[in-house]
Design a binder for this molecule. Sequence first.
Ligand code: GLP
Length: 266
Amino acid sequence: MEIIILPTEVEVYKEASERVVSLIDRKPAAVLGLATGRTMLGICRNLIEAHKKKRVDFSSVVSINLDEYLGLDPGDPLSYHFYMQENLFKHINIREENILIPNSLPDDVEEECENYEQSIKSKGGIDLQLLGIGRDGHIGFNEPSSSLKARTRIKTLTDETLRDNFGSTDGPRFAITMGIGTIMEAGEIVVVAVGEEKAEAISHMVEGPVTASCPASALQLHPKVKVIIDLDAAELLKRKDYYKWVWEHKQAVEKPQLLYRKKRFS
Ligand code: GLP
């Protein structure tokens, strides 16, 4: 995992959104795995801004969302369909036929989940998956105890997640989510977190054991993960000085010959 600790949340959102912009620059028909939640709002804002400045063109991009609540109408302001439409899609030039979000009102949930997996495959798989993280270490809606190999399926949300997302336990209890197994197949993963309330989940994800008690810890087994966080979210990391050194000397780490040369001649 590459741990990138930045001083402010503004820098966190900038770093994460620039990853997306540069991917689309390299691969105009990129398949983006998108997430929702408060953390993603800063990234959406930056992507809209970049689009307005003509730095990024979404016309060939495919977007695949991680999850959706079950039982909500797509027009319901609590639904992720609504979130994506309002906070990103209506402001950029993505094509409607290139947008995939799990159906919130399927006749057959199991069939919907299987179809979702098939659609991801038919798009060629996800190039870059953006992820937030829940305070309990969930990614997508893979709550603690989720199988680390699971595919897209229905999950039951915990009280903590309901309170975090709706302010009470009255919100929708069930969701369709990509499984950890599905997420792990993305070519590259970028996890974003800000604020001290995420510090414990981040420390378990990065420095804890790989365990279903912290589903995000499975990402330790993925070869290309970037964790972009602010100082507050990094607070409980034991090796944060090491991570900071690596990031500050990124060029030297990637091209060590430059560092040696500089040393020899300075
Ligand atoms: C929800 C989403 C997750 C997201 C999490 C964190 O539970 N299903 O994908 O990571 O919220 O959200 P926030 O950024 O609001 O803390």
